[in-house]
Design a protein around this ligand. Sequence first.
Ligand SMILES: CC(C)(COP(=O)(O)OP(=O)(O)OC[C@H]1O[C@@H](n2cnc3c(N)ncnc32)[C@H](O)[C@@H]1OP(=O)(O)O)[C@@H](O)C(=O)NCCC(=O)NCCS
Length: 148
Amino acid sequence: MSTVRIERVPVEDTYELRARVLRQGRPVQITGDDAPSAIHLAARTDDGRVVGVVRFHPQVCQWRESEYAWQLRGMATDPDVRGVGAGRALVAEGLVQISRAGADLVWCDARAAAVGFYERIGFSTVTEPYDMPPVGLHLGMVLDLPIR
Ligand SMILES: CC(C)(COP(=O)(O)OP(=O)(O)OC[C@H]1O[C@@H](n2cnc3c(N)ncnc32)[C@H](O)[C@@H]1OP(=O)(O)O)[C@@H](O)C(=O)NCCC(=O)NCCS
């Protein structure tokens, strides 16, 4: 893979990858996409291709007390670039941006198959597995911010 750069993008730039990797047969829009506070990030190759996407937005966490929690959603990388750091780079940039905005906690509904990815980044599992149809089992994961 050539290098990727992480950039803040309009939500529309995330749709193609969301549709292909995350939301097959479902609408690509996620509730809250248009909120002014939502941060949409993309990993883009030198030739302009979007190979990774993620969204962060303020959302109360039901598992942990916090002053200003943000949720991570819509996380996906292109199968062509997996395992070389695009996912980690996207989350890292998001954590910097939301920490600057005052976030003290980030959380996500992690697909069971992606739990190891979030653990590598520093998230901890705080729930038992739960079903989120039509995708299947998820686990609640959290990370305290800012990272020290
Ligand atoms: C999960 C996903 C985003 C990971 O993206 P990626 O670009 O491969 O991640 P990275 O290359 O940055 O990996 C960072 C680290 O996590 C590890 N990792 C990546 N995916 C992993 C997984 N599913 N399980 C365990 N470890 C994983 C990598 O080996 C790497 O480890 P390192 O710290 O030793 O280098 C990607 O596999 C994906 O889009 N999956 C399908 C959609 C999905 O499940 N999204 C999450 C919804 S909650």
